[in-house]
Design a protein. Structure first.
Length: 518
């Protein structure tokens, strides 16, 4: 029996033709079957060739599942001890990796039962770079189911609890990464961000999180959601940790098409040097539309007046450091949520769910093993999808069937207006300031919550954060206070590739004193 696909039967081709609404006679179907032989034989030939793989440079064992007593907030999915080069910018630091990132030989679930049993055979590019830079990878962190929630309650291994109040959400989807940092179990961590999933847990759990410029950090070897908004980046207990981790992982990777046209071969900024630059002479704009949101137009809760007041106060503190702080109006900021909503819904339905997280028509590394595992899981365990992913699949497929790709295409074209509005503001100001989250952490939804309550609580906090995922601008969450025992963050957004500007501002703000007492 040949290795590779079998030849299709006439009945199979008839069924496919009917699905497309084609009327093909039986004798013609026989001809089309004969024509298929050439492609089927090409597939069989491909099976005889070795496939390109990402390198696995450092020795490791299979690691271990942490005991409950060693994992009180459920931040860890898997523990390990992978030693890096012993030299470099991360030497001496313990690094945690979100379980949406491939580490060869360690289980990977991306928070979902759909991927249960999958073990990658490659290291993501950022994993290799972390180890090359001397970091020690000490585990993989739990994340929201399919990384499709900003709360903390959907992980298939059970909810990840807020380290300040276990009954509340820690922020997602990189919830475990934030929790292990705050608990002191890791120095720095990797998070992913498609709607705010680095900055949301940074705000609600009380750590630092940077969504880099789109394409600055290679996404190769990570579980993809939607290629035009996929980001991966650093989380840490302080700004220096962000700078060290970003220095290690940023830079050109020819296997990631997201980077083309973003950075060049010679792009090697010194992010550690930025920590000493401060904000003297910088101009910061407080964006009016980022505050005072009543949420009614999109079904979200109203913003906390106390968070609004204290974030604005935190932004004004940059004036004591020599910066100019002014208030501006940026109406497109509120419109941006609708663009993101359409792109993430239709794009991820086609790419992540129907395209098994790999899709087609892009040049780069196709993670075949991950794609096959996801495709098989979706075929056999589709009912195990979280409510958030089911909602995306049903709504996305409806819009695709009834309106073809019109609204995805239009949202992508309208991205230009959002980018232009942000670029215009950032031509006059160095950074834009607003709350990362409009309110502190919400109470966690129960496992028996209704579909509406589950999805609402998973997405109702991301209106400010999701914009930079659409535009690609770098954006950072800096912890700046506590309300009723729960942290919240100040979000700064800068111009394209001005990640160092954000790090300089964060370090300067950090120097003002303990944010918990602000």
């Amino acid at each position: 029996m040949p290795v590779g696909p079998e030849m299709p039967s006439i009945d199979m081709l008839a069924d496919i033709a009917a699905g497309f609404g084609m009327d093909i006679a039986d004798d013609e179907l026989a001809s089309y079957r004969a024509l298929a032989a050439g492609t089927v034989n090409a597939c069989r030939f491909l099976e005889t060739l070795p496939e390109k793989r990402l390198p696995v440079k450092y020795a490791r064992d299979a690691g271990w599942r942490p005991a409950l007593q060693d994992n009180p907030q459920n931040g860890w999915y898997w523990r390990c001890n992978i030693e890096g080069s012993g030299k470099g910018v991360l030497n001496g630091l313990n690094v945690a990796i979100k379980d949406a990132v491939c580490i060869a030989g360690l289980p990977m679930m991306n928070g979902s039962r759909v991927l249960e049993g999958f073990v990658p055979d490659v290291d993501a590019t950022i994993v290799t770079r972390i180890l090359d830079a001397g970091g020690t990878i000490v585990g993989k962190t739990n994340c929201e189911d399919f990384s499709f929630s900003g709360a903390g309650h959907t992980c298939s291994h059970g909810p990840v609890c807020n380290p300040h109040r276990p009954s509340h959400n820690p922020g997602g989807s990189s919830n475990g990464s934030a929790v292990v940092i705050v608990n002191g179990d890791a120095d720095v961590a990797i998070g992913g961000d498609q709607g705010g999933s680095i900055r949301l847990p940074a705000s609600w759990s009380g750590c630092y999180g940077l969504k880099p410029t789109y394409g600055l950090v290679p996404y190769t070897g990570c579980a993809m959601i939607e290629t035009t908004i996929d980001h991966v980046g650093p989380m840490a207990r302080d700004t220096e940790g962000l700078a060290r981790l970003l220095t290690a992982i940023a830079g050109l990777d020819p296997e990631d098409p997201r980077q083309r046209g973003v950075i060049g071969l010679d792009y090697k900024p010194d992010y550690l040097a930025a920590l000493k630059k401060g904000v003297k002479g910088r101009k910061i704009a407080i964006v009016r539309e980022g505050f005072g949101q009543d949420g009614a137009d999109v079904g979200f809760p109203p913003a906390s007046k106390e968070v609004d007041r204290r974030v604005a106060q935190a932004a004004r503190r940059f004036e004591t450091l020599g910066a100019t702080v002014e208030e501006i109006s940026l109406p497109m900021h509120l419109d941006g949520f609708h663009l993101w909503n359409v792109i993430i819904t239709l794009g991820s339905a086609e790419f992540m769910l129907k395209g098994s997280g790999l899709g087609s028509n892009w040049k780069g590394f196709y993670n075949t093993n991950l794609g096959e595992a996801l495709a098989r899981g979706l075929k056999s365990r589709i009912n195990d999808l979280p409510a958030t992913a089911k909602s995306v699949l049903l709504t996305g497929e409806y819009l695709q069937r009834e309106y073809l790709g019109r609204y995805y295409w239009k949202a992508q074209n309208l991205r230009h207006h959002l980018n232009a509005a942000y670029d215009d503001a950032l031509s006059r100001y160095d950074m834009l300031a607003m709350p990362t989250t409009p309110f502190p952490a919400t109470e966690m939804a129960g496992r028996d919550a209704s579909v509406l309550d589950t999805v609402s609580s998973a997405l109702n906090m991301l209106r400010n954060t999701c914009i930079a995922d659409v535009t690609g601008h770098p954006s950072i969450s800096i912890p700046c206070g506590i309300e009723d025992g729960l942290p919240f963050g100040l979000m700064l957004t800068a111009g394209q590739l001005q990640d160092a500007t954000l790090l300089a501002a964060s370090a300067a703000f950090e120097g003002l004193g303990d944010w918990k007492s602000m």
